[in-house]
Design a protein around this ligand. Structure first.
Ligand code: SAH
Ligand code: MG
Length: 195
């Protein structure tokens, strides 16, 4: 087993929700085509997806990735170090709701993979931070099928409402076009429309 596979195994064993294989495959195809210089990730967990994405960066490319859980940050740092990616992957420690408004660079790829209740806010900030020909990718958008069902149990309500609002927002947005893929837990791929 190589180091990336070991990180994946450990995440699965500890029930850390890392990107699913089929989802990763789609994202990697996009990255392979785009050769991004700057990626922003919302939701680092232990660094698995960021480490996978790093293989596809353009020369001198960088990843900023936001995480609020101290324990996961510590583990992500160890993993990133193991793969010698400290100069490439930069973890921003904090809640993305506070961190995002403070960023003002443009990103070629933005990967949203954190608290589902906050997806509408993440979308708004991502549109602001997106390069002209950039792509916003969001994971877990179908949330085990709840998003497009009429499921309304109290406990899950904000987690379901987030992806629903996210999709509605994109549907109403005339400047963006979005593909929804039923891969993994549901993935959207959003680009600016060409004029
Ligand atoms: N992208 C990772 C998995 C991320 S799991 C991978 O595929 O390997 C989602 C992570 O987002 C969790 O670790 C959780 O702590 C973090 N998270 C959730 N809401 C957040 C928020 N508002 N700000 C920062 N991190 C958040
Ligand atoms: Mg996810």
């Amino acid at each position: 087993m190589n180091e990336i596979e070991q990180i994946k195994e450990k995440a699965l064993k500890e029930h850390i929700p890392i990107i699913m294989d089929d989802t990763l495959e789609i994202v990697e195809e996009i990255l392979q085509e785009e050769h991004p210089k700057k990626i922003l990730e919302i939701g680092t967990a232990i660094g698995y997806s960021a480490i996978c994405f790093a293989q596809y960066l353009d020369k001198n490319g960088k990843i900023d990735t936001i995480e609020r859980d101290e324990k996961r940050i510590a583990e992500a740092k160890l993993n990133i170090k193991k793969l010698d990616l400290e100069k490439i992957i930069n973890i921003i420690n904090g809640d993305a709701v506070d961190v995002l408004p403070k960023l003002d660079e443009k990103y070629d790829i933005i990967f949203i993979d954190a608290a589902k209740g906050k997806y509408p806010f993440f979308l708004k900030e991502s549109i602001r931070l997106l390069a002209d020909d950039g792509i916003i990718i969001a994971d877990n958008i179908l949330y085990k099928g709840y998003t497009l069902s009429n499921y309304n149990k109290h406990k899950q309500r904000t987690a379901v409402r987030g992806p629903r609002e996210y999709l509605n927002e994109l549907e109403g947005n005339k400047e963006l076009e979005t593909k929804l893929l039923e891969v993994g837990d549901g993935l959207t791929i959003t680009r600016r429309k060409k004029i």
